[in-house]
Every structure is written in C-alpha cells, then in structure tokens.
Design a protein around this ligand. Structure first.
Ligand code: MG
Length: 412
C-alpha cells in the first residue's frame, strides 16, 4: 500500500430543496438546506468526501485557507490533523470544529478506499447492519403550491401516519418551540393517542423557561417517551428540571464537547447525549464520547443537523460501531427532495437505513447532481436559519415568551 498525501481540497456550496419549509424555535428552514460538499484529493488518485452545514463564498474561502495546512498531509494521520486544525488554544481565535469534521469524513473516506474497507471497519467494526431512525416531525409552512402544511394536531398526526406508512418509523420526534406550549402539548399528546405503541420525543430547542418545562414535562409523563430533549436552556436549567420530571433528559445543545461531558458527569444535568458528527468535530470524537457515556452509563443517540448523503453516511458508520446505541437516530433526511449521491436517497426499510458496506464512506458523489444543486444555490442564495419568513422582525428571547399564532396565515 502506498501512503496517500493530500494534494488539494475543494468546497462547493449546494442548495437542496425540502418538501416544505420547516419551522423551529428560532425561525425556519425556508424550504431548502444549504450545505457545503468538501472534496479532498490525493496523489494516489482518490477523492475523499466531506460535508458541512451552511456554505457560501466565506465557507468556501475558509476551506481554501486550509490548503497550506493540509497539502502534503497523510490522511491516515487523523490526530495530527486534529491538532493542526483544532488545537483547543488556537480555537480561541478560530472555530474550525465543523470544518474539521468535514475534513475528517473525507480523510476516513480516503483511508477506507486505500485499504478497500468501509469506514466502520476503521472504527472498531460494526455491531449492527442497520441504524434505526425516528420520524422527525416539524410544524411546516405550506410549500409554494399550498401543500404539506403541518400546523394543527390533525395535520401533525396525518403527517406522522404518512411517514410511518412510507418508511416504517416506530419513533416520532416533534420539533416544537414554535406555538404556545399548551397548543404544542395538545399536538404532542395527539401523537401519543394516535400511535400508542410507538415511542415519542419532544424537542423545543430549549425555548421553554424552567418552570414551563417542568409543567410541560409533568403533562407528558404518562406517554411512551424515549426522552425529553432540550426543553430548557443550559446545564443548570436542565439540572433543576431533572429534579422534578421523571423522563430522561437529552441534549444536543449543552453537551457538545468533552469539557461539557465531564461537567455533566461530575454534576449530572442530562441523561442522554445526542452525538452529532459535525458538532463534535468528526465521527471519531463521537466514538470517543460514546465510550465515556458507556463507562458512566449515560444514554447516547445520533443527532441530525440537516444532512445530505455524505453526512448521513458519517452518521450510519457512527451508529454501526457504538454498542451502547439504545435509541433510534434522528435524521432530517426524509424531508429532502433529492440527494447528491449516486443512486439518489438511501432508502429506509422498516424505519432503518442499511449501513453502507462499500469502501470508505460507501457513497459516491453524483457530479451531475452536485452541479445542479450548486447552480440552485447560486440562483436562490442563502437564507437566515434564525429568521422566520412568516414573522419578519421577530426574534426569540430565551426563554421565549412570544410564540407564533397558530391561526396566522403563512408567509406570502
Ligand atoms: Mg435537539
């Protein structure tokens, strides 16, 4: 085997349409995701694939700026790359965690192709063939044709039933924090009534005050909850909540690095750590964190930050190798209209997606689709994740006290 050396890297911003705009506590995804596809080239003729959320000229330039760090680097030297790019003290002046994650995916892809093995074999080997996923339910604005709105409890249950029928989900996660808590409580409880055998999760992106979160928690304690995800902000808020509510608490916001994980072990605030391959800086960081959680008997699940097929592959390889994965993973994936990988979107079977078995990440970039969706980004530009197109000028306080009106008309 000849050891590869990195010869170049390239970042391309793409826009992927969603079935309908997704609403959340801070604003909305305006009917599309913006993502950056990263390609790392080697002197052995391989191209490794990475992906990061967001994009545009500044993100592409930031990746170009890392050429001088990476050209000549051996992709097998992953710890050295971590310190080159993400040294914790240098990170006070730059925040490259998510860029590093994209580069780590690409380097693992190269290592796998070099050795002819899938990424999960580089991470300890898979302990499962498929990774189960939850239906990720959002309140949605209607699309441009007035379709796919999710605003009422009836629409939410119908949407969940449709996803369950199409994909086989047996776990349902509701992204809340949009409408007044009592309105969302009714909608969430309607899911419990409609799917009594399925598991549930409620995640209002930390928008509730502690007392409101306690009240809401008591009102859902009788349901079949997996966990109660980031109902309120901060380790201290979650700690207060945990004393009063008898549902495991989960987070993808206040434990996203090892310092916070240590703090949560020394003085527990949450029970289930949602591991995000981008927020944590790569698949390997998540595997390490899963090991700490295994030792301290904390739960883990796989978090979704709005992935296309490359990042989804990173989540599948993570889900494949962590023995202590007892919860279904999250994915926005079923909201996507298409994907940029050869063969189109990876299929769900019985609520799960098969772990890729080909070399590297096991997915191949469809260059026609990459060009098509790069063009769409140029046409539509970015969007502000933390702005609601239906509520111009509004921004949330934390805790939020100014909820969206369920009777308000959708944005024009
Ligand atoms: Mg969350």
């Amino acid at each position: 085997m000849r050891r590869p050396k990195i010869t170049d890297l390239r970042a391309t911003t793409v826009t992927m349409p969603l079935e309908a705009p997704l609403r959340h506590a801070n604003g909305a995804h305006w009917g599309r995701f913006v993502r950056t596809v990263v390609e790392v080239e080697t002197d052995t003729g391989l191209v490794g694939l990475g992906e990061m959320g967001g994009g545009g000229e500044s993100a592409e330039a930031a990746f170009r700026g890392l050429r001088s760090y990476l050209i000549g680097h051996d992709p097998f030297e992953l710890e050295a790359m971590r310190y080159k790019i993400c040294n914790p003290t240098a990170s006070l002046y730059n925040n490259r965690t998510q860029m590093h994650a994209a580069l780590e995916f690409a380097c693992l892809d190269i290592c796998g192709h070099t050795l002819g093995v899938p990424v999960h074999d580089l991470l300890g080997g898979k302990v499962r063939e498929t990774v189960p996923f939850a239906s990720y339910l959002f309140f949605r604005y209607p699309d441009a044709h007035g379709r796919h709105e999710v605003r009422t409890a009836e629409q939410l249950v119908a949407h969940a039933a449709d996803l369950k029928q199409r994909y086989g989900f047996t776990v349902h996660k509701l992204k809340g924090g949009v409408f007044p808590p009592d309105y969302e409580l009714e909608a969430f409880r309607a899911l419990g009534t409609a799917f009594p055998k399925d598991k549930l999760r409620y995640d209002p992106n930390a928008a509730l005050g502690v007392e409101e979160a306690i009240r809401f928690g008591h009102a859902i304690e009788d349901l079949n909850n997996d966990y109660y995800e980031d109902p309120t902000w901060g380790l201290n808020g979650m700690r207060r909540l945990r004393k009063s509510v008898r549902i495991p608490l989960a987070t993808n916001t206040v434990v996203v690095n090892f310092e916070q994980l240590a703090a949560n072990i020394l003085d527990p605030a949450v029970d289930v750590i949602l591991l995000d391959t981008t927020f944590w800086g790569g698949i390997r960081a998540c595997v390490k964190a899963a090991g700490v959680c295994e030792t301290f008997q904390l739960g883990i699940a796989v978090h979704s930050s709005g992935e296309l097929g490359i990042q989804l592959a990173s989540m599948l390889h993570l889900g494949a190798v962590v023995p202590n994965l007892a919860f279904a993973a999250d994915a926005h994936y079923h909201h996507l209209a298409d994907d940029i990988i050869v063969g189109g979107k990876l299929p769900y079977v019985n609520g799960a997606i098969a772990v890729p078995t080909g070399p590297g990440l096991g997915v191949t970039l469809d260059r026609g689709k990459l060009a098509q969706y790069a063009e769409l980004y140029k046409e539509l530009g970015g969007y502000a994740y933390d702005r609601d197109p239906g509520r111009p000028g509004w921004f949330p306080l934390l805790p939020n006290t100014d909820w969206a009106d369920p009777a308000a008309p959708p944005p024009a």
